[in-house]
Write a protein that binds this ligand. Structure first.
Ligand code: HEM
Length: 445
């Protein structure tokens, strides 16, 4: 019997012109540059950087194929190299068997039941924040959200109070993210890594400061010597097949990873959401109405989540328009063919949430903020990877459920008490040249 082998014709992949390549390498405005190039070249294009190719996949089906079906042909890309310096070999940066083992170890802390147990701490932190704000005052929303999500991750995962250290962490984080955003996804990242630039020194200092905080948390836990029922206790008690505990370095790397990954992204998602609501008063009023109806003045609980439907849609739309992680990347571990695209070993592949989430084929009038894109019916018309703020496949964000729970509860709780307006003169800064990607100066009154 004849076998039917499905063959996909090899696709011809457009290559960026030298000029376009340089515009990327200099990273003037990567979000808009990449969007412009995707509009020009379509679903996939590449540039030649040093000896290797850098592919850009812009179609949800190709992205799904890489992240879900062919994930074994790829490892984490150069984008994590910068992060590696700060995070060491934690869950985000690790690969292969070590990653699998760590993921198994950490997973129980993100079980639905555990997350439900974190809800109260999330709401209480938001209530404290709501009490601290004053009528008519102007706040830097990015800073406020950073502090709030930091306190929550400290409390829920590590049973630690980090309120006093928030400024230190924030300053160190700004340095790290600046380096990461400037260099991390740059096709010249590895070259830049070897140059003696001031950013390297700043990174080292930031790391020292963060290390202090993380080791303080670990030491506190150790000295108490009891199982506190949190993630850090689990990590301290974990043993590998030979019965060995994690060494200090491993512990530090894992705690640092979750500590940073567990708050910066959610904070940016919330900051952008406040910005978008301030620009769209109708949506803001609908959130307030929903919150007033569902909660009727009492504190939110985990049971309220299924009824905060519009609030959730607003967050989904916000993470479509302003994805906190705007691109992820991988490196091919051998020559491979991905739906007709031949990808040589060592090539880098960049998948841009920002590009896909702005594709008019899936989101007509992509720049428009429209939470009604997130009805179940509308969602069913789109390919699954037309929306991937949390990545996908085995490297899917481990904190996805944590992040949805947290952002819905925080937005609902703060909206119970406050209405955010944009401060006079506040503006949205989007290009990386200007900033770190958040909207500062949102006014409350
Ligand atoms: C809105 C909030 C968040 C967004 C948009 C986000 C986004 C992402 C994305 C896109 C990835 C995949 C990266 C890749 O494939 O290269 C990822 C991985 C990860 N995230 Fe998140 N994240 C968020 C919140 C969180 C939270 C709250 C935590 C922890 C408390 C967390 C911890 C992690 C970890 C540990 C990984 C690595 C997982 C692995 O590779 O096994 N994230 N995140």
């Amino acid at each position: 019997m004849a076998h039917h082998v499905q063959t996909v014709p090899t696709r011809t992949i457009p290559r960026l012109t030298r000029r376009e390549g340089w515009s990327f390498l200099l990273f003037h405005d990567p979000l808009n540059t990449s969007l412009r190039l995707a509009r020009k070249y379509g679903d996939v294009f590449y540039l030649q950087a040093e000896r290797n190719k850098v592919f850009f996949l812009n179609h949800p089906d190709d992205i799904r194929e890489l992240l879900v079906v062919q994930h074994e042909n790829f490892r984490k890309g150069g984008g994590v190299m910068m992060l590696d310096r700060m995070l060491g070999k934690g869950l985000i940066t690790n690969d292969g068997a070590a990653h699998k083992q760590q993921r198994r170890l950490v997973q129980p802390a993100f079980h639905r039941r555990r997350i439900a147990g974190y809800a109260q701490a999330m709401v209480e932190a938001a209530q404290r924040q709501a009490r601290a704000w004053q009528d008519g005052s102007t706040v830097d929303m990015s800073q406020e959200m950073m502090q709030l999500t930091l306190v929550i991750v400290g409390k829920t995962l590590f049973n630690a109070d980090v309120e006093k250290e928030a400024d230190t962490v924030q300053a160190a984080l700004v340095t790290t993210m600046e380096a990461f955003r400037k260099l991390g996804l740059s096709p010249l990242g590895e070259l830049v890594e070897r140059l003696p630039l001031p950013i390297h020194k700043r990174l080292r200092r930031a790391r020292e400061r963060l290390d202090k905080v993380v080791y303080r948390i670990i030491d506190d836990h150790r000295s108490q010597g009891i199982d506190q029922g949190d993630l850090l206790s689990m990590l301290l008690m974990a043993r590998d097949e030979e019965g060995n505990a994690m060494d200090d370095q491993q512990l530090r790397d894992e705690v640092m990873t979750l500590f940073l990954a567990g708050h910066e992204t959610t904070s940016n998602a919330l900051t952008w959401t406040w910005y978008l609501l301030a620009q769209n008063p109708e949506a803001r009023e609908k959130v307030q109405q929903e919150v007033d109806t569902v909660l009727a003045g009492r504190p939110a609980t985990i049971e309220d989540l299924p009824r905060l439907i519009y609030t959730e849609k607003v967050l989904m739309e916000s993470m479509r328009l302003c994805p906190p992680v705007w691109a992820i990347d991988r490196r091919a571990v051998h020559d491979t063919t991905l739906r007709g695209i031949s990808i040589p070993k060592w090539s880098r592949v960049v998948m841009g949430q920002y590009i896909v989430h702005h594709d008019p084929r899936f989101y007509p009038e992509p720049e428009k903020f429209d939470p009604e894109r997130w009805t179940p019916e509308a969602q069913a018309t789109r390919p699954k990877f037309a929306y991937f703020p949390f990545g996908g496949g085995p490297r899917l964000c481990i904190g996805e459920a944590f992040a949805w729970t947290e952002s819905i509860l925080l937005l609902a709780t703060l909206s119970q008490h406050w209405e955010a307006r944009l401060a006079v003169g506040a503006r949205r800064r989007r290009s990386l040249k200007e900033n770190s990607g958040v909207a500062p100066g949102t006014l409350f009154d």
